[in-house]
Design a protein around this ligand. Sequence first.
Ligand code: SAM
Length: 292
Amino acid sequence: MNLLLDEIAVAASRLAEAGVESPRTDAELIAVHVHGVARGALHTVPDAAFDPRYWDDVARRASREPLQHITGQAYFRYLELEVGPGVFVPRQETEVMTGWAIEALGEMDIAEPVVADLGTGSGAIALAIAQEVPGARVHAVEADPLARQWAERNIARCAEAAPHTSGRVTLHGDDFASALPDLSGAVDLVISNPPYIPVGAWVPPEVGEYDPATALWGGADGLDAIRVIEHVARRLLRSDGLVAVEHGAPQGAAVYWVFAEENGWRETRNHIDLAGRDRFVTARSGRWPVAG
Ligand SMILES: C[S@@+](CC[C@H](N)C(=O)[O-])C[C@H]1O[C@@H](n2cnc3c(N)ncnc32)[C@H](O)[C@@H]1O
């Protein structure tokens, strides 16, 4: 053992007492952040190099500040994104929906598919699609000016790290309800992780106190924004285009019916996340135009 490993063990039990879900992992990742070493090299940090600022960050995490706000970074598929106050921290479950979209776009076999990411937050979904789908043109819509600043930063950062994505993500500062009027009927795939938590539902402090309210709450049943996305997707998609929308685990059946046949949708499907919970719905645009 060395001093750092001893301190990590103490920090892990402190985080566990504070109710943190993955205390050992978080204690280690904070040590990685503070000491600037790889996780697999933590045991090589000499005792004299132990940085006492470690305990400041552990205290922040024990007060339930999200790990990603402390490190300033979030990982999403093959991307490292900057995150912090004012932007939603991208989640693992959204990676699954994004992977579905990436595969579907590949199968479309279009040289420059047009994609709309409605409520882009940090830019996670839009940037992953630009990175993994050659030629994709992604329109990222975000109404919140603070979140948009993070998206701008991440778009610039990714253009540097992966120059092939440069210029392929366009950020639009609009409400998604009326966004992208020039692209009506011309979009190949609409994707969204909208706010979908029912007002009044319990959320952990990391979410309720740090994710922006505009990213979370979806009205009395949590479906307000999802209903808007359904309307917008109807307007934006070309015939046979695809939509993918994330939702909360108990909302699978309700969201399925938002994308109902009588609204012109075909091939509506429920999909699960890595934990096996209902997590997103996909559908194909069909008999346009349909009233509504
Ligand atoms: C749950 S977050 C998802 C962010 C990102 N797509 C992700 O998956 O990490 C929802 C995002 O939608 C944005 N948003 C909510 N309502 C909106 C609206 N009416 N128009 C545009 N953006 C909206 C929020 O500001 C927030 O950034």
